[in-house]
Design a protein around this ligand. Structure first.
Ligand code: AMP
Length: 635
């Protein structure tokens, strides 16, 4: 319990004790005195006002403030109206008790909300408290905010890495469980990047920081999680709108109950006003207003525990409705680690020369294909003299060209060869990616590169189909042969290959719009690894970035981030989304039906003030407990 909650609890106990004392004095002393009615009522009102004001003062003040601001109808107004009415009717104990129980419910809500909020941040367990900086041979603890880029920090065994950095001294294992949900420690040595939020499980590490705290992975993630609750789901917005119309309607209904029956039936005002007040207490919409966001908060918390960051309730809700998942192939379904498998010469140079020319052409490109060709060349102990390279061009979705000692070298796919007018022989046999190489107009041969299909991708796709995700689609710039092979291995239903980056967007657009025009309304998720995928991640109903750790652009563009590279987590988050929605719906139906029932009982004089309090506070507490089940979600 925090300070505020402790204060609230003290106030509850104090007013409860005072209320009991007042009841005893009332029954044993005041009732025995022979007083005039007016004096009797004045004394009782004054007595019961003490516990009532102690516990309900804040509610009265809030209701007053809201009225002055023109926002009359909320639960504070309902409670105030109902309890003042009870005083007027001489139901003093009930008036104080209603406020008391209302506060008990509020306290409970407060604790629950706090608990799930700490669950979200503590489950991620990320926030680093300090960074060690060496000063005059001693380690000094400083606030991570004060560490400037390029400083050297020391991370001792068992400590959390406070800021992103590169290892300059030491060797160790770091546990990324807090970020990825994956608990196998990863070995790091000099030159490796270590992300904030990881825990050092081995020896002492000295890091040179590459980012300040605000730009570090941990700060980005915390920021995202903390802002998640501000993106409202449809159910939440519905409840907010609902409460806006509901409260005034209830007040009108209460007025009707109070005055219409006695006017028609003649007399009995006190009875009907009392029923109207009971009706008001029951009608308080707190259970709904609180438990719906609580349910989503629980779902987001459960997901973050498993290394899945969901940026808002709306995405969790949409995830439950996904029936089409579109994948980018490279890096998402495949490891994205390419290896040179074959070098085939068709012109006037040998294999070594062909690899050298290709490596020179690719050395400025960051494409995984380029990296693998450059890597294969450097592995042979060769070096690249970048000074001899000029006029570097990267043609998106096709390849590269450079000018090397006055001749132009091209490396890329068949589209590139066609574009530059090189006559070449197309290779349709191999299932890897084929990079054709040409020097000016002369075709020199090709290099075959292959990527490895992710082990878990196959089971992930079959799980998705079982979960009711009807359509799985793969988009790739790769050749049809390779694309079909990968899709066949994985069991993906639809494949679009040989796409340029722009084509990928238009295919995605087609998939999304054909859905909108069609009969069904399932949502479309796009899954990418974040490299070149930002527009698609943004355009899809839900953008899911995989293995995006350390990639700020992907974390920013995506709606859901899978911190590890496991596509099975898509099934997990789909499942969490569905379970969350079920709980939220249960709460809505439960709260509304209990309230409706007790309201009717109230109107017919069967429910008293105590049942009314249960219908309000009790339902809220039960709905909150139901929402908190999500925090215990297991895969
Ligand atoms: P992407 O959409 O970036 O995956 O690229 C689609 C296709 O373009 C790849 O499968 C390659 O055939 C070709 N490509 C793109 N960049 C390069 C490059 N740097 N070197 C060779 N081929 C490339």
């Amino acid at each position: 319990m925090n300070k505020k909650q402790k204060r609230q609890l003290k106030r509850i106990i104090l007013s409860l004790v005072l209320l009991v004392v007042m009841v005893i004095i009332h029954k044993l002393v005041i009732d025995k005195l022979t007083l005039g009615t007016v004096l009797f009522r004045i004394i009782l009102t004054a007595m019961y006002l003490v516990p009532y004001l102690i516990i309900g003062g804040k509610v009265l003040a809030k209701a007053g403030r809201n009225i002055l601001n023109g926002q009359v109808f909320d639960e504070n107004f309902l409670m105030t109206l109902a309890t003042i009415g009870a005083f007027i009717l001489g139901e003093y104990t009930e008036a104080a008790a209603v406020m008391l129980f209302y506060q008990v419910g509020e306290l409970f809500e407060n604790i629950a909300v706090n608990k799930s909020r700490t669950a979200v941040t503590a489950l991620i367990g990320l926030r680093p408290d300090y960074a060690n900086i060496e000063q005059d041979g001693e380690l000094v603890k400083v606030d991570p905010y004060d560490v400037v880029v390029g400083s050297e920090i020391v991370v001792l065994p068992g400590e959390k890495v406070p800021v992103d950095g590169v290892v300059v001294e030491g060797e160790s294992f770091v546990n990324t469980a807090a970020l990825t949900g994956e608990s196998i420690p990863r070995g790091v040595k000099v030159g490796d990047t270590v992300l904030s939020g990881c825990i050092n499980e081995g020896g002492k590490l000295t890091l040179k920081t590459t980012k300040n705290f605000d730009d570090s992975t941990v700060a980005k993630i915390l920021d995202m999680v903390e802002n998640a609750s501000s993106r409202k789901s449809k159910s939440e917005s519905f409840i907010t709108r609902f409460a806006k119309y509901y409260t005034p309607l209830v007040v009108i209904a209460a007025l009707i109950v109070a005055f219409v029956p006695p006017i028609i039936l003649g007399g009995g005002f006190a009875t009907w006003i009392s029923r109207a007040l009971i009706f008001l207490v029951i009608s308080c919409p707190c259970a709904l207003v609180i438990s719906v966001p609580m349910g989503f908060f629980g779902g987001i918390g459960a997901a973050s525990k498993l290394g899945i960051l969901v940026k808002g309730s709306n995405y969790l809700e949409a995830m439950a409705e996904v029936d089409t998942v579109v994948f980018d192939k490279t890096g998402t379904l495949t490891e994205g680690v390419f290896r040179v498998n074959d070098i085939v010469c068709k012109g006037s140079c040998n294999q070594d020369e062909l690899l050298k020319l290709a490596a020179y052409a690719e050395c400025y490109s960051n494409h995984p294909i380029a990296k693998s060709i450059e890597g294969a060349y450097l592995e042979k102990g060769e070096t690249i003299n970048k000074e001899s390279i000029e006029d570097v061009k990267e043609i998106s979705g096709k390849g590269v060209s450079v000018s090397l000692d006055g001749v132009t070298i091209y490396a890329g796919n068949k589209k590139l060869m066609v574009d530059v007018g090189v006559s070449f022989e197309e290779n349709n046999e191999t299932s890897g990616t084929v990079v054709y190489v040409a020097r000016d107009n002369e075709y020199l041969g090709y290099i075959v590169i292959s990527d490895v299909i992710k082990q878990v991708a196959k089971s992930a796709i079959s799980k998705m189909h079982k979960l009711g995700i009807k359509n799985t689609v793969m988009l790739t710039g790769d050749r049809a042969k390779t694309a079909n092979y990968v899709a066949g291995e994985l069991g993906i239903k639809t494949v679009y290959s040989e796409l340029l980056p722009g084509d990928k967007m238009s295919e995605l657009e087609d998939i999304i719009t054909s859905k909108c025009e069609g009969k069904k309304s399932g949502k479309v998720a796009f899954v990418g690894d974040g490299i070149n995928d930002a527009p698609a991640l943004t355009r899809a109903d839900i953008g899911i970035a995989m293995g995006a750790l350390g990639q700020d652009a992907a974390i920013e563009a995506a709606d859901i981030v899978l911190m590890d590279d496991n596509p099975e987590k898509i099934c997990t988050v789909h499942d969490i989304g569905r379970k969350t929605l079920t709980i939220v719906r249960q709460n809505i139906v439960f709260a509304l039906s209990v309230k409706f029932l007790v309201m009717i009982l109230g109107v017919f004089g069967i429910a008293n003030m105590w049942l009314a309090v249960f219908a309000d506070v009790g339902v809220a507490v039960i709905a909150i407990l139901n929402s908190m089940r999500m925090l215990k979600f297991k895969e």
